[in-house]
Write a protein that binds this ligand. Sequence first.
Ligand SMILES: *[C@@H]1O[C@H](CO)[C@@H](O)[C@H](O)[C@H]1NC(C)=O
Ligand SMILES: *[C@@H]1O[C@H](CO)[C@@H](O)[C@H](O)[C@H]1NC(C)=O
Ligand SMILES: *[C@@H]1O[C@H](CO)[C@@H](O)[C@H](O)[C@H]1NC(C)=O
Ligand SMILES: *[C@@H]1O[C@H](CO)[C@@H](O)[C@H](O)[C@H]1NC(C)=O
Ligand SMILES: *[C@@H]1O[C@H](CO)[C@@H](O)[C@H](O)[C@H]1NC(C)=O
Length: 265
Amino acid sequence: MEFSMIIMFSSTLVFLCTPVAYAQTAATPPAPTPTPSSSPAPAPAPTPPYVSLTDLLSVAGPFHTFLSYLESTKVVDTFQNQANNTDEGITIFVPKDDAFKNLKKPSLSNLTQDQVKQLILFHALPHYYALADFKNLSQVSPVSTFAGAGGYALNFTDVSGTVHLDSGWSKTKVSSSVHSTDPVAVYQVDKVLLPEAIFGADIPPAPAPAPAPETSLAADSPSSDSTGDGSAPGTSPPNSSYRIFGVDVWSQLVLALIGVLVVFL
Ligand SMILES: *[C@@H]1O[C@H](CO)[C@@H](O)[C@H](O)[C@H]1NC(C)=O
Ligand SMILES: *[C@@H]1O[C@H](CO)[C@@H](O)[C@H](O)[C@H]1NC(C)=O
Ligand SMILES: *[C@@H]1O[C@H](CO)[C@@H](O)[C@H](O)[C@H]1NC(C)=O
Ligand SMILES: *[C@@H]1O[C@H](CO)[C@@H](O)[C@H](O)[C@H]1NC(C)=O
Ligand SMILES: *[C@@H]1O[C@H](CO)[C@@H](O)[C@H](O)[C@H]1NC(C)=O
């Protein structure tokens, strides 16, 4: 008898306490998914650690195609030297292997060795830029790349936190930050960047069906990417109050169970 009274009492107590516990959980905002390299860097490091571009590109991506072009053209030495030995640093835009596979129309296969080298140089800027810096960079577009200015320049725009790139031939965006610590930034892009200087200013019209968007870097970006093709009538965002209600009931049940267990132990 006394035992069951204790149980009832403790269960009631748990139920009374639950709203407080729940309110605390609810007040905590979901932790933003951090990009692997965007640590706040609390202590000012006097000498930034040496970053091996080859190591970086070997493990991420996969970026094997870009890496093999980097090595065959020896541009990897140019980039690594910029990373090692300059205050400016470097920003590199790296297409994934899929981007090279999907590149059908202007083929890279019949470019001269020199054109391939220029193409790879075109994928980097001779300065370190954090993602936040591109808001300002969009004001000064076009921006010269390692390959040069004019037909080797890139335009940048910032669309609600996502960096978009435009070479004329290639319109793409930064889809992931692979590494971003001064002096080295490496960002994944969805397409191979094709310079007008090689492929000409006679730019073909953009193909209508855009490929399925890959993982977007900006989780907080309110772009239509997240809702698929969106805007279909009837589709509405998940009812959050319902979800919260579900969580509430669940947490109360769990806490009540724990309360009972504690009494028995
Ligand atoms: C960059 O620095 C590393 C480590 O100090 C060194 O091994 C490498 O040869 C350097 N590369 C270039 C191109 O300066
Ligand atoms: C590459 O070769 C194709 C034919 O195989 C040709 O039509 C095209 O103009 C060539 N492109 C370049 C850049 O030489
Ligand atoms: C961006 O530009 C504004 C003025 O145009 C300047 O005040 C600000 O410091 C710049 N921010 C960065 C990150 O360069
Ligand atoms: C880049 O921006 C400049 C200035 O806004 C513009 O004249 C140029 O056509 C743009 N280039 C591309 C490839 O969009
Ligand atoms: C969400 O659900 C609550 C109750 O479950 C309801 O009052 C509210 O109208 C719903 N909101 C939407 C947008 O459906």
